[in-house]
Structures are given as C-alpha cells and as structure tokens.
Design a protein around this ligand. Structure first.
Ligand code: SF4
Ligand code: SF4
Length: 285
C-alpha cells in the first residue's frame, strides 16, 4: 500500500492562483476559494442551500477544461489548477451581469451584487435597459412578489422545498422570458400550500420577494436603512430558541430576519418568528 504524504488521506493538493493549498476531496472549488479568502461572485448560490448552477457568475478557469467551470458545484480533484481572475473570467461575469440588467430590474439587488457590478464596471445599458414585460406584482398580506426583479436563481424554490421548509408551495412555471416563480396552478398564495414562513423572502437576492412592510414603506418613501438598527434576540414563541434579527426604524420593528450563520435556523424561520411581532408595538395594555 502506498502511503499518502498528505496529513489526511481525505485531503488533496490543488493549485489556487499559483499557490498550493490543501482541500478536502469533497470540497467544491468555491469552498476552497472561500477558505483561502479568495472572493468569487455568486447570485444563485447560498451556503445554506444546495448549489443550483443557474447564474454562472462563479465561473473560474481550470487548466485543461475547455469551458469555464462553475465553482459552486464542481468538486476539486487532486492536482487541479484553478485561476479565479483573468480577462476571460471578468468579461464573462461582466457580460452576465449586463444580460441580467437587460431582462430584470437589479436596482434593489443585494449589496454583494451591487459591489461586484461596480468592480467589473458593468454597463447596465449595454444590451438595453430592461423593460417591464412580466407586468406582475403579486400582493399578499405579508409579502410581495415582483417578477420584474426575479433572476430565476431558484433560491426561493429550494428554501420552500427540500433545503429548508419542505412545503413545496412554489416552483418555476412557463418558459424563457415568460418563466416565473409560481404556486401550483398559479393559485393565489392563501389557496396554495404556503405556510407563510417567509423563508423564500429571506433568501431572495434581488428584492423580487419583499416583506409587505418594506414594500409599503418604500412606496411611501419612508424606508431608510440609515435610520435602522438590527438587534439580535431570541424568539419568544416556542422552545426552539431561534435567533431573530429585529430591524427597527423609528422605534418600530419594520422586518424580521435570522442570521444565515445561525446554527439553529440557518437563516430560516416560521410564520410566528418572522411575522408575529405586531404585539411588540401594540398600544393596548
Ligand atoms: S412563505 Fe414559506 S411556504 Fe410560503 S412560498 Fe415562501 S418559503 Fe414556501
Ligand atoms: S423570486 Fe428571488 S429567490 Fe426566487 S428565483 Fe426570483 S430572484 Fe431568486
């Protein structure tokens, strides 16, 4: 038997931007990059969800591979040579952001997306600015679905389905530019299997799914994150002990999230923790 010279037989050696690093054999390229503090843009990927491979923004070069490789889902092989920044990669990522901007409204995309778009000097007008073609803003009591902002990353489908909630209330319906996230038979949310946990809103990277409280305040021009504080506390509804982040503006809770790094919640909550905060600001005794 040949003895491995590596300290753990489950480790492999890979070359990352010219440096030799050790990686677990079942790690993805993205895992290895993040462990080595090498930044990679992602949009459909979230560490608490299974990789879906739809946005392609995390592509890197692997020596010997004709095409760029999605780092979120490709596991490493011993001897793999990975390059995370090159003109080819930058052009690809820039073009992808520009294509997204031509089909959806990215103005409320998360900070990570905005920062990468600035870094790659994205021209959002290159393929023509998006025009509203879906004409669907579905208002429910607790949240809004704005399909003009949806990049079809499938995060919400994964969070509603096998990766967190296991409710399977939403999935993709339609094809091409007409594809949307929909309930079964496109019924309104109260008639669907939805249990209003809000986990789909919690993972949406673009503001396509938004708390109604935030949507109404934005529409009224009163939403102001500079005036908001975030206080982490423990949900008082049951004994599970989920961490809640209370977003407070002008002494009122304006939305509730949970930290994605929380061991108990992975960022997910139930309807009580997510939406049951009205009693905190009730005027009655
Ligand atoms: S609120 Fe929860 S159950 Fe309803 S669609 Fe979103 S993730 Fe699914
Ligand atoms: S609604 Fe949000 S989370 Fe769902 S697919 Fe669209 S962008 Fe992704």
């Amino acid at each position: 038997m040949i003895e491995s010279r590596l300290p753990d037989p489950r480790l492999v050696e890979v070359t990352l931007n010219g440096e030799t690093v050790l990686a677990h054999a079942d790690a993805t390229i993205l895992d290895v990059c993040r462990d080595a503090n090498v930044d990679i843009p992602t949009m459909c990927f979230l560490k608490t969800l299974s990789p879906f491979n739809s946005c392609r923004l995390c592509v890197v070069e692997v020596t010997g591979s004709r095409t760029l490789v999605p780092s979120c889902s490709r596991t490493v092989d011993g001897g793999m040579e990975i390059t995370t920044e090159s003109e080819r990669i930058a052009n690809t990522r820039r073009t992808l952001y520009e294509m997204y901007a031509s089909t959806v409204d990215l103005s409320l995309a998360d900070e990570e997306t905005q920062n990468w778009m600035a870094k790659y000097d994205v021209n959002i007008d290159r393929f023509g600015l998006y025009e509203s073609h879906r004409d669907v803003k579905v208002q429910d009591d607790l949240y809004i679905r704005d399909y003009d902002r949806c990049v079809m990353c499938y995060r919400c489908v994964a969070a509603c389905g096998p990766d967190a909630q296991n409710t399977f209330a939403i999935d993709v319906a339609g094809r091409g530019l007409s594809a949307t996230i929909s309930t079964e038979f496109d019924v309104v949310l109260p008639d669907s299997a939805c249990v209003y946990c809000g986990n789909c809103i919690g993972v949406c990277p673009t503001g396509a799914l938004m708390f109604k409280s935030e949507y109404d305040m934005r529409a009224a021009g009163t939403w102001n994150e500079d005036r908001q504080t975030v206080t982490t506390t423990i949900c008082s509804f049951c004994g599970v002990g989920c961490n809640l982040d209370l977003h407070v503006q002008d002494n009122r809770v304006v939305k509730v999230t949970s930290p994605v790094d929380d061991d108990i919640t992975d960022g997910h909550l139930c309807i009580k923790g997510r939406f049951g905060y009205a009693y905190l600001q009730s005027e009655s005794e």
